[in-house]
Design a protein around this ligand. Structure first.
Ligand code: NAD
Ligand code: UFG
Length: 338
């Protein structure tokens, strides 16, 4: 009776594993460390006092992953494993297709062979493409993805929908995440990007820790409250909790369900900068730069479906996330590399 967590040593995966262990789930992690470090497992143990079973396996490798299914009694899967850099996916689209779609196909094949019925999948708000309105509802149109990474998420959603049609016993939760930020309040686990961060919060914390001279704010002429881009930033611990709500929902045997995981509230780049300054009592240097290609004005979630159908509600706010992101970065200036 174990939950298989693919990509469980990554940013969202590690926080979800902590929530699962704290709620007495039996957890098996598979990860190939393409974007994570073995040290994460020690940190998970420090927080929870528990050691999940771990297999260093590439999820695109059918034969190796099959051995895990043979050894473990897997009842549920949370599928985080995937590459997620928008810029890298533009440079190497085939890598993203092979890794993200490839690993999902292998998992579905093994679910079928081993009669595993329940899976939660990490999708993204990116499947909504360029939104023509906000907040975004699960029933809104999807497609028109602006990069190969987003296209893989959309393609996997379709794979899952086809699988559900053929497998009436399958229960599938597609979770569309908005913008995860923050870290566990212990400061022991958090986001550890390789190289120059693409995303806003890790860039902010690297400026705060003195690794980068200033934040580049990409555009101040968007149609938003202060001209800077607006996103729905959700604390990663709330997001992790959303996966436990989804596992519970799947116990009701609902077939395929889709939920946005966000806060329902938009925050601009400058609002986030000022919240970070206030929460951590510091000044953050920034420079207004030209727009980043592909960025949209506003993107935030309609969250009532996740609340009504699986009781999911965020508990933490932007200030909590700013405080926790900074605690993680200041305690670990080089991430998991000491
Ligand atoms: P992450 O890179 O920190 O975690 C992904 C984990 O998967 C890493 O530990 C990596 O080593 C592992 N992995 C990748 N390919 C693998 C493979 N073939 N076999 C085994 N392990 C593999 O990313 P994250 O932010 O934790 O994201 C988790 C999931 O959520 C991803 O699928 C991502 O696309 C999705 N998502 C993330 C965001 C975000 O902003 N962070 C937003 C929407 C969706
Ligand atoms: N931004 C800056 N400076 C930076 C980084 C970002 O001003 O150094 C701005 C962006 O222009 C945007 C906002 O901060 O307005 C958020 O940018 P992020 O890169 O943090 O997040 P995005 O919303 O662009 O992208 C995220 C995920 C993608 C996913 C997308 C849509 O990182 O994987 O949401 O769901 F595709």
């Amino acid at each position: 009776m174990a939950v298989l967590v693919t990509g469980g040593t990554g940013y969202i995966g590690s926080h979800t594993v902590v929530e699962l262990l704290n709620n007495n789930y039996d957890v098996v992690i598979v990860d190939n460390y393409v974007n994570s470090k073995p040290e994460v497992l020690n940190r998970i143990f420090k927080i929870t006092g528990k050691k999940p079973r771990f297999y260093e396996v590439d999820c695109t490798d059918y034969a190796k992953l099959k051995k895990v299914f043979q050894k473990e009694k897997i009842t549920d899967i949370i599928h985080f494993a995937g590459l997620k850099s928008v810029a890298e996916s533009v440079a190497k689209p085939q890598l993203y297709i092979d890794n993200n779609i490839g690993s999902s196909k292998v998992l579905l094949r093994l679910m079928d062979e081993f009669n595993v019925t329940n899976i939660v999948f990490s999708s993204s708000a990116t499947v909504y493409g360029v939104p023509d309105h906000v907040p975004l509802k699960e029933s809104d149109k999807i497609g028109g993805c602006t990069n190969p990474y987003g296209q893989t998420k959309l393609d996997i959603e379709y794979l899952l929908k086809d699988y559900a049609k053929e497998h009436k016993e399958a229960n599938i939760a597609i979770l569309r995440y908005f913008n995860p930020i923050g870290a566990h309040e212990s400061g022991l686990i958090g986001e550890d990007p390789n190289g120059i961060p693409n995303n806003l919060m890790p860039y902010i914390t690297q400026v705060a820790v003195g690794k980068r001279p200033h934040l580049n704010v990409y555009g101040d002429d968007y149609k938003t409250v202060d001209g800077t881009g607006v996103r729905d930033y959700i604390h990663v611990v709330d997001l992790a909790h959303g996966h436990l709500c989804a596992l519970k929902k799947l116990e009701e045997k609902p077939g395929l369900v889709i939920y946005n995981l966000g806060t329902g509230k938009g925050t601009s780049v400058l609002e986030l900068v000022h919240a970070f300054e206030k929460a951590n009592n510091m000044k953050l240097p920034y420079v207004i730069c030209p727009r980043r290609p592909g960025d949209v004005d506003e993107n935030y979630a309609e969250v009532s479906k996740a609340y009504k159908e699986m009781g999911f509600k965020t508990k933490l706010n932007i200030e909590d996330a700013c405080r926790d992101s900074w605690r993680w970065q200041s305690k670990n200036p080089n991430g998991y590399d000491k």
